[in-house]
Ligand binder design. Structure first.
Ligand code: GCU
Length: 678
């Protein structure tokens, strides 16, 4: 059976003869024009795919080929020779075009770069994997975002911070000598969705990463990933000059510190000539940073940027900063810290901002920093791993959540200034753009702890390539490539995926509630947590349930975080009546008998309703899944069935815990028709 190892690149034999014969007319005879490590990868993939999908297929001479992959000058020559009008596009874009006839297609995959040709090859294969016709194909695509990067929160001891799919896939002990096949398959999977960068280690960085022995290990991975178009980056600890170099300070304005970084960086580039750069978590949750020496984030980032600049390296400087001593409400701190620094960052710095102002909650409004820094390129940081969303037993497709964030209008330059347009650089014409996703990958056979959660790695890549692609289209593609070709099954699974996030928000944190999960580990409900050292780690701080009502007043009568948004949002979100219901209790503290406009229910009844609805919807999803048994590989079917059964129990756990907890404050009963909490 299928255990999920092959992800969305399964290439199982197509059983329908008509379809297989159609694809055979193209993929049966291919020519890859040129030889290079990247084109070797293209060859291998075409060989694997054709023998898998069709049971046959081979590389032939150009003239006999019905599929031709070419890059650079060769591609230009073909375009000329066959009169192909190639739309203008960037280096990593591709153009797939059929110059043949209905019965005998002749398809070119053309790109300026080999990397683009590799992306185009995977795009062509997707056409087959998703049962689309090949004859007449005419697809042009270019990445809209330059840096499409996974962030691994992997520690050197093999533990993955917030990882729920087993140990780290990086076997530091056996590197550099031993290359696990998994590294190759990781690279293939990433290249297939356009991911072109990977930060190998945790943002809570171990300084050992920069020692010569580890750099040799990093080099082995970088060498392996290079033909797949993937650059390697490292998270660094800001105090490395002290910890590794024995210096007395890590003050970014100290010449000795600057020299230490310059030398370290040139050592890295000697080892890894196309090294990508650094990711930095500084002055956040106890990590050292420029603030320790009275310097700003810009001064810290620019010091590293200066060391990297001669090698075209970049700095991804995180905006996830908050501290108790700041005496400002947590959701406001990143904006307060970074907005005034706009214009002060060096050219090769991006500020990496989490999608929401707190921390990867099941749902948050977008961070007010998006749109607020015209001079500073902002990189999106999404979480792919399910820290606050039930680890790997809850099936939550994040495509709709990413889409909701990316579609949000910041109004920074009037209507239509979406977060997507900030990120892809359209809004402020940024010279450098990026999107990062905190990986959900581990050493489990199925990579992500739950086959369904592979869809989140997949959709992250697709949305980094095109922040405006639809979550539904991606869900549909993924389902066909991973689970089934039966049209009803594909529809049913796509619908499950599309509904799954809203369902989870309902049974975890409806109506804008947030951060009410278990203390520290963040699993399961714990709205009662009130004992942690910092106020802003405690659940009670976030929901503020009391007899007078529930919710966090971030309107002008409260901490006024709405002021950080552009008009008209700051006015709209200042009042509960004009705040989207999904953010209601994020921005407002409201009485239990407040009328929720969409339903006319009281706030108490609406909260109860959402928790019950969410739990019921999970049961419905589980039943739906069970009805698909005939159409899904038995092993995949069974794995998902078991986790849905767990999710069903845990949704009820969430429902009962939260409803009973809030009830002591609302002092109101449950509506009669509901099953009582157990
Ligand atoms: C969250 C998460 C931490 C992580 C941090 C970060 O707080 O719980 O494990 O280190 O985010 O993004 O830096």
């Amino acid at each position: 059976g299928e255990d999920g190892y092959r992800l969305w690149l399964k290439y199982d034999l197509i059983s329908d003869d008509v379809k297989r014969n159609h694809y055979l007319t193209v993929l049966g005879k291919y020519a890859v024009v040129g030889s290079s490590p990247t084109f070797e990868v293209v060859r291998q993939e075409l060989s694997l795919a054709s023998s898998g999908l069709l049971g046959e297929g081979q590389e032939v001479k150009e003239k006999e080929a019905s599929l031709i992959i070419a890059a650079g000058d060769n591609a230009a020559t073909f375009a000329k020779q066959y009169g192909i009008e190639w739309p203008k596009q960037g280096d990593d874009g591709y153009f797939i075009h059929d110059v043949g006839s209905q019965n005998q297609p002749k398809i070119f995959v053309l790109s300026k770069s080999e990397k683009g040709a590799l992306y185009g090859t995977f795009r062509l294969l997707k056409q087959i994997q998703t049962d689309d016709v090949l004859s007449g194909i005419n697809v042009a695509s270019s990445p809209k975002v330059q840096l499409r990067v996974l962030n691994h929160w992997d520690n050197l001891d093999g533990h993955v911070e917030r990882g729920y799919a087993g140990r780290s896939i990086w076997n530091w002990h056996k590197l550099p000598g031993y290359i696990d096949q998994r590294y190759v398959d990781y690279a293939r999977a990433n290249a297939s969705i356009g991911i072109n960068g990977t930060v190998l280690n945790n943002v809570n960085a171990d300084p050992l990463m920069l020692t010569p022995a580890y750099l040799q290990k990093v080099r082995a991975l970088a060498d392996l990933f290079r033909p797949y178009g993937i650059q390697v980056y490292l998270s660094v600890k800001f105090s490395s000059p002290q910890l590794l170099g024995g210096l007395e300070t890590s003050d970014p304005l100290e010449p000795g510190v600057q020299k230490w970084w310059r030398e370290k960086v040139s050592e890295i580039y000697k080892t890894i000539p196309d090294f990508g750069g650094f990711l930095v978590k500084a002055n956040s949750e106890g990590q050292p940073g420029p603030g320790d020496f009275g310097r700003t984030h810009a001064e810290g980032a620019n010091m590293l940027a200066a060391a990297l600049q001669p090698f075209d390296g970049i700095v991804m400087w995180r905006a996830f900063v908050y501290a108790n001593e700041k005496n400002e409400e947590r959701s406001k701190q990143a904006y307060s810290e970074f907005k005034p620094l706009d214009g002060q960052f060096a050219n090769n710095v991006l500020v990496q901002v989490k999608n929401g102002p707190i921390d990867f909650q099941p749902r948050e409004p977008f961070s007010p920093l998006f749109g607020a820094t015209p001079e500073t390129p902002l990189m999106m940081e999404f979480q792919i791993t399910m820290e606050y969303l039930g680890f790997s037993t809850h099936m939550v497709y994040l495509g709709t959540m990413y889409e909701e964030v990316l579609e949000s209008d910041t109004f920074a330059k009037g209507e239509g200034s979406t977060v997507a347009k900030v990120i892809d650089g359209q809004l402020f014409s940024n010279h450098i753009t990026g999107m990062a996703g905190v990986a959900n990958i581990g050493a489990d056979r199925n990579w992500t702890g739950n086959i369904m959660l592979q869809s989140n790695w997949y959709v992250f890549g697709r949305m980094a390539w095109d922040p405006e692609v639809s979550a539904r289209e991606v869900a549909n593609d993924w389902t066909k490539m991973t689970l089934s070709h039966d049209p009803d099954t594909v529809d049913a699974v796509t619908t499950m995926l599309m509904d799954s996030h809203e369902i989870t928000v309902n049974y975890m944190t409806p109506l804008g509630l947030h951060h009410i999960m278990g203390a520290g580990h963040h699993f399961g409900p714990a709205p009662w947590v009130d004992w942690l050292a910092r106020d802003d780690w405690n659940s009670v701080y976030y929901h503020k349930a009391a007899e007078d009502g529930v919710g966090f007043d971030r309107s002008p009568t409260g901490v006024n975080s709405v002021e950080q948004y552009f008009p008209p949002l700051k006015e709209l979100w200042a009042k509960p009546e004009t705040t989207p219901e999904k953010y209601l209790l994020w921005f407002h503290h409201l009485p239990w008998d407040y009328r929720v406009s969409s339903s006319g229910r009281t706030l108490w009844n609406e909260i109860v309703h959402r928790y019950y609805q969410g739990a019921e919807d999970v049961a419905r999803m589980a039943a739906k899944w069970n009805s698909l048994k005939e159409h899904i590989d038995p092993l995949q079917f069974e794995q998902v069935r078991m986790s849905l059964a767990i999710q069903q129990k845990e949704a009820i756990w969430w429902r009962d815990a939260c409803v009973l907890y809030f009830m002591q404050y609302s002092q109101q009963p449950l509506p009669d028709n509901l099953e009582k909490p157990s």
